[in-house]
Design a protein around this ligand. Structure first.
Ligand SMILES: [Zn+2]
Length: 67
């Protein structure tokens, strides 16, 4: 085994940095787009229930795409 897989994961992320723990909350992975996203203050009350990185992903909720 080698480290190629880990580098590939970082590359697929497409973001300049990896998601970090914020304010003591570990990052989550969006169930729609599969990208990691960080805790945000606006989610402070509902972080346990947050499953999507954005409103767009929350509406998409899956592989279905409407151009
Ligand atoms: Zn997303």
């Amino acid at each position: 085994m080698n480290d190629n897989s880990q580098q590939l994961l970082n590359y697929i992320g497409g973001m300049p940095r990896t998601a970090q723990t914020k304010n003591g909350f570990a990052p989550k992975v969006c169930e729609s787009c599969g990208l990691p996203f960080e805790w945000r203050k606006k989610w402070a009350r509902e972080w346990e229930n947050v499953k999507y990185c954005s409103e767009k992903c929350r509406r998409t909720k899956g592989p279905h795409q409407d151009g």
